[in-house]
Design a protein around this ligand. Structure first.
Ligand SMILES: Cc1cc2nc3c(=O)[nH]c(=O)nc-3n(C[C@H](O)[C@H](O)[C@H](O)COP(=O)(O)OP(=O)(O)OC[C@H]3O[C@@H](n4cnc5c(N)ncnc54)[C@H](O)[C@@H]3O)c2cc1C
Length: 450
């Protein structure tokens, strides 16, 4: 029996975990892992903050999977653009979409499009050296607002509140360091419309804010408020309870005298970005109060915060892949436990599967994509065992390589990643740090294919 041929689209954690499970199965499986960027690892490379080296280090665990001879990385290939899904189906029994998310969700309040109002994902793309995002950033604002009380909001707030020097030890490229060095922010205000018991932070990230000697975390004791539903949420989740405890400590402790203040405000719902000459000049919020059921209602009282820049960290949003069904409302590929459907509430499409953030929406940590992958891959293998996968016309391993080369696609490989990795490490070592990222797309391709 010939090996099962599977194309996994997206080399973030979801795609890599799915590949791992396929190769660990009893079936002889050969996986091609397609990636649109020249380098692998998805949001671990282009989302996780540079001052989180321990999390970035998860890639080391993923090396074990990437190094297996049954897997090939085919980077710098945008599925849906460089190759169509039906073209791929000539070569594979099954295609698994693990295309994640890179864009910001919208926040529809007046003034959100003013100059100085940004999506968190854009800023993350900038500081994480993603070639598709700007090379410089206007950091002239002294007072900045971050809308959203989740971990991405905390990342953005922390990077804005730290000094360029503190971040220079990380893998940030020169253009990012040169920009951050001139950051004028001394006050960063994070806003949540609900209370501490509804905040989406994880305890470790929240606690870690205080480790920087330049950051003073400030919480107003009046914002520490719980109703019955909030108390229940604390009882039900140890993690939520730890978040509340940390916020309480921030609210009551003596100031440590650090130069940059990072305020976390609760019960403030952003209603308008105030502009002056087309630029952000403030944020107007409505004071909220708990409704007894874990929700909030407006009090009719408003506050104005004189900030010169605003970052909305209200969630990521996935993009559709050409010719693959997409649920515009939920911004996911419609699926039943990972089997792609031909529409919301539609029927399964033979041979197409999905996993990770594009399957269930952009929430959860890297580890959560493991469970997703398990559900999806078990289904794929069961369909294979039942003879329910379509038969590809050219399942031979070399056929797809010939096809990509015929199209003139300059694909990158796992060997190529090692070359790019070596260049980044060398550049970092010269400055006493572990790595310095290569930013430019063409340069990444050039090193990978050298
Ligand atoms: C700013 C930020 C910080 C985070 N920090 C942490 C953290 O500290 N700890 C933690 O555990 N989790 C963190 N997360 C969450 C974590 O990044 C996600 O849980 C995880 O990356 C989701 O994995 P994924 O594989 O589904 O998507 P992604 O990581 O987005 O990977 C998807 C991959 O698919 C590729 N792709 C997309 N479209 C195509 C296409 N058409 N053709 C080919 N390839 C394609 C993309 O380039 C990408 O490489 C963070 C997330 C963000 C946004």
């Amino acid at each position: 029996m010939r090996p099962l041929r599977v194309a996994v689209i997206g080399s973030g954690p979801a795609g890599i975990y799915a590949s791992d499970l396929l190769m660990k199965s009893d079936r002889d499986v050969r996986v091609d892992l397609f990636e649109r960027m020249p380098a692998p690892f998805g949001l671990i490379r282009y989302g996780v903050a540079p001052d989180h080296p321990r999390i970035k280090g998860i890639v080391n665990a993923l090396y074990k999977v990437m190094e297996k001879p049954e897997l090939r990385l085919l980077g710098n290939v945008d599925v849906g653009k460089d190759v169509t899904v039906s073209e791929l189906q000539q070569f594979y029994d099954a295609v698994v979409f693990a295309t994640g998310a890179t864009a910001d969700r919208d926040l529809n309040i007046p003034g959100i499009d003013l100059e100085g109002s940004h999506g968190a994902a854009e800023f993350v793309g900038f500081y994480d050296g993603n070639p598709e995002f700007p090379r410089t950033w206007d950091l002239s604002a002294e007072k900045v607002a971050v809308i959203g009380v989740g971990n991405v909001g905390l990342d953005v707030a922390r990077v804005l509140a730290k000094t360029g020097e503190e971040l220079h030890v990380t893998e940030i490229p020169d253009n990012v360091y040169e920009t951050l060095k001139n950051n004028k922010a001394t006050e960063v205000h994070v806003f949540g419309r609900r209370g501490p018991a509804q905040a989406k932070f994880t305890p470790l990230e929240l606690k870690e804010l205080d480790h920087s000697p330049t950051i003073e975390v400030v919480v107003n004791p009046e914002d520490i408020d719980y109703d019955e539903a909030s108390e229940a949420a604390r009882r039900e989740s140890k993690s939520q309870d730890l978040v509340c405890q940390t916020l309480e400590q921030y609210a009551i402790r003596d100031p440590k005298g650090a130069p940059h203040k990072l305020f976390i405000h609760f019960f403030e719902s952003p209603v308008e970005v105030i502009g002056e000459d087309g630029k952000v000049a403030g944020l107007k919020t409505e004071r909220m109060q708990l409704d007894g059921k874990g929700g909030v209602v407006g009090t009719g009282e408003f506050n104005t915060w004189p900030v010169q820049a605003i970052y909305r960290a209200v969630g990521y949003r996935s993009d559709a892949v050409n010719d693959v069904p997409f649920d515009d409302r939920a911004a996911v590929i419609p699926n039943d436990g990972g089997h792609v459907l031909d529409g919301v509430d539609g029927s399964p499409i033979a041979g197409l599967y999905t996993t990770g953030w594009i399957k269930r929406g952009p929430v959860g940590l890297i580890g959560n994509t493991k469970g997703d992958a398990k559900e999806t891959i078990e289904m794929l293998l069961a369909d294979d065992a039942a003879g329910n996968l379509p038969t590809p016309a050219q399942p031979e391993l070399d056929a797809v390589i010939g096809f990509l080369e015929g199209k003139g696609i300059e694909y990158t490989t796992w060997e190529g990643w090692h070359k790019l990795d070596a260049v980044e490490r060398e550049r970092g070592e010269a400055e006493g740090r572990e790595r310095k990222k290569v930013v430019e797309w063409e340069e990444m391709v050039r090193h990978s294919r050298s």
